[in-house]
Design a protein around this ligand. Structure first.
Ligand code: DX5
Ligand code: ZN
Length: 226
């Protein structure tokens, strides 16, 4: 019911890291009213990244508020321990970090077997070549374009080279995963990200800071040219 992996379109995934933590229901309603296709949820453990956010109970609670695709980004150590919990809570995609899991192939397969979309993410210091052998097992490659942990940072432009390379790797292998960029995406950087090959754009501060979210989403998802 919540599946939403269609290629050749642009998806904006507003990150609730920049939402009002005292009123997530209202923030979810704002995202839905904007026309954004996904909702990005950054799970942070204070260990893999230097910040703490929330866990599966929030995903479960928000699942009752919307049918929109939940794009869950696990920025945690030992992500394999939590895959079942997030799947049961209502995640649609579960993305974990390459740097946090030795047995990525095993757990990407497990996520797919649970009926969810598997994703793998890399931080700015990880080269994209390490993903080559697991690309057939993913639906999302999430390229961090800032060092993870906090919203509102400035995009590191060198990370977009990895987006270009991943697109080439995808074309060469004739695969079908989405390429997502996460960190510092706003109306100034979005065209660069899209022209590099990103088709999925996580947006935290820029989305929640926008006075007209619907117009922003229309421009970025592509119905009105920037
Ligand atoms: C950063 C998180 C991002 C964050 C992006 O560590 O993974 O998802 O919400 O925030 P902005 O768009 O504000 O850079
Ligand atoms: Zn994220």
């Amino acid at each position: 019911m919540y599946s939403y992996i269609i290629m050749n379109d642009t998806i904006v995934s507003p990150s609730i890291l920049s939402a009002d933590f005292a009123n997530f229901s209202a923030s979810i309603a704002e995202i839905d009213a904007s026309g954004a296709k996904w909702i990005h949820m950054d799970v942070m453990d204070g260990c893999f990244v230097p910040n703490l956010t929330f866990g599966a109970p929030l995903v479960r609670a928000l699942r009752k508020k919307t049918k929109t695709f939940f794009d869950v980004h696990l920025m945690i150590a030992n992500p394999s321990k939590y895959i079942h919990e997030f799947a049961e809570a209502g995640a649609d995609a579960i993305t974990f970090h390459y740097e946090a899991e030795t047995h990525a192939h095993k757990y990407l397969t497990e996520i797919r077997d649970l009926g969810k979309k598997p994703g793998i993410s890399i931080v700015p210091s990880t080269p994209c070549g390490v993903l080559e052998d697991i690309l057939p097992y993913i639906d999302i490659a999430l390229v961090m374009t800032v060092n993870p942990g906090f919203g509102g940072q400035v995009l590191i432009p060198e990370c977009l080279e990895k987006v270009k390379k991943l697109k080439q790797m995808r074309d060469k292998a004739n695969l079908n995963f989405r390429i997502s960029v996460d960190g510092g995406i706003n109306e100034k950087t979005v065209e660069l990200a899209k022209s590099s090959g990103a088709d999925t754009l996580v947006m935290g501060a820029a989305f929640f800071g926008s006075p007209d979210k619907r117009a922003l989403i229309e421009r970025v998802q592509g119905t009105i040219p920037l």
